[in-house]
Design a protein around this ligand. Structure first.
Ligand SMILES: [Ca+2]
Length: 393
């Protein structure tokens, strides 16, 4: 699963064999060594991770083709928790469509509800539609027929679908949506990212405790006409993985760049993150009106270091003291980094050295368990097996 227009040749040329070959360009923090522990290498294209908050210790992983798998006591259950592969569009590992996101309702232990984001056939315009659907489970398994559509919208192209779902500390569901694809956000007069009358290229916030959903009272565009009231923030290109920092409540997003810069953003209500006028800290399309009030990222890296960001989490676990409060993330092509909090505009970056990582891998996603320990998900490109590792001291 590749999240920008990049040729396979370029991605392979960047597949460093060992952490030592990571570029150190722009790294001002010292390297931070950790280990990783293999939890499973029997997954197929793992795209997202979530825990139910029910104290069961279970880890849930979405597979791109439309299954949710469960790991309990370090064992992968052969029976999926949910299988909607018959309605999910997905062709192969380089296809950006599929089952892309999962979030458990904050009261899952009582109501059994959870939410997924996937790509499906559309009867409308465009390549496919993105669907956010609610399922109700008996905690152990979920009936694919029990799904109820919360929100769906057409996607003009196959790529840039975003797809992450996270409940915020406010109990609202936050949804990361890509710009709908096409290099340079080519749809619409000024692209979809800057158009606040489309859901594409946005972070959305909705209240799923109303049917099919409600608009939170303080959503920034709630009472304006000609604007989608679901929008929480805009000007995103392909926010690939968002997360809340459990220490500060801040919302982080890794936003995949076009062909020069990858970025990390802290998302604030009503914020404009610049795309397609800006890419990272730089002008991108100078023919567009300059938004002026755009918010710059807290970090960027150039395509000499990677090609497609995979956003992660601020580490709030207890096992790795040196990692506390650091934002952990990666590039799809393999390198892993951290950012240290800063009062300045840019958060300084250092290499997160995973001592025993496989020689060749692609990083698809990160996960955080109930103890706030972190996991890394992706594909070993030698064995073609999908993996989940736990980050350990
Ligand atoms: Ca931006």
């Amino acid at each position: 699963m590749l999240r920008s227009f990049i040729t396979l040749g370029l991605s392979l040329s960047l597949s460093c064999g060992y952490v030592a070959c990571q570029s150190t360009e722009g790294l001002t923090e010292k390297p931070l060594p950790v280990h990783i522990q293999l939890i499973s290498d029997q997954l197929l294209y793992p795209t997202a991770f979530a825990v139910p908050g029910d104290g069961s210790g279970r880890l849930f992983i979405t597979e791109q083709a439309g299954r949710i798998r469960v790991i309990e006591k370090n064992k992968l259950n052969p029976t999926p928790f949910l299988d909607i592969s018959s309605v999910v569009i997905k062709r192969d590992g380089y296809d950006e469509r599929g089952l892309l996101g999962l979030a458990f309702h904050p009261q899952f232990a009582k109501n059994g509800k959870f939410y997924v984001y996937y790509s499906a056939k559309t009867n409308g315009k465009g390549n496919h539609k993105s669907v956010i659907q609610e399922f109700t489970s008996d905690q152990k398994t979920a009936d694919p027929q029990s799904g109820k559509v919360v929100l769906e919208f057409d996607e003009p192209e196959s790529n840039h679908n975003g797809g992450d779902l996270k409940f915020g500390p406010d109990g609202m569901l936050y949804i990361a949506v890509g710009d709908g694809g096409g290099a340079g956000d080519k749809h619409g007069d000024h692209g979809n990212g800057q158009n606040i009358n489309t859901l594409l290229g946005k972070i959305l916030r909705i209240d799923v405790n109303q049917s099919p959903y409600g608009i939170p009272k303080d959503n920034p565009f709630r009472d304006q006409s000609g604007v989608r009231p679901e929008i929480y923030a805009y000007g995103l290109r392909n926010p690939w993985r968002i997360s809340f920092d459990h220490g500060t409540g801040k919302l982080f997003a890794g936003d995949v760049g076009q062909n020069q810069y990858e970025e990390v953003d802290i998302i604030s209500k009503g914020g404009n993150y610049g795309w397609r006028v800006r890419e990272g800290y730089h002008a991108y399309n100078e023919k567009d009106p300059d938004p002026k009030n755009y918010i710059d990222p807290i970090s960027e890296y150039a395509h000499s270091e990677g090609i497609s960001i995979t956003g992660g989490f601020v580490y709030r676990g207890n096992k790795i003291a040196a990692l506390k409060g650091k934002y952990v993330f990666a590039d799809w092509s393999g390198p892993t980094w951290y950012l240290s909090e800063s009062q300045g505009k840019t958060w300084p970056r250092g290499s997160l050295q995973l001592r025993n990582r496989p020689a060749n891998w692609q990083v698809y996603s990160f996960g955080e368990d109930e103890d706030r320990e972190l996991y890394i998900l992706g594909v070993n490109t030698e064995s073609n097996k999908g993996f989940i590792y736990k980050i350990t001291p």
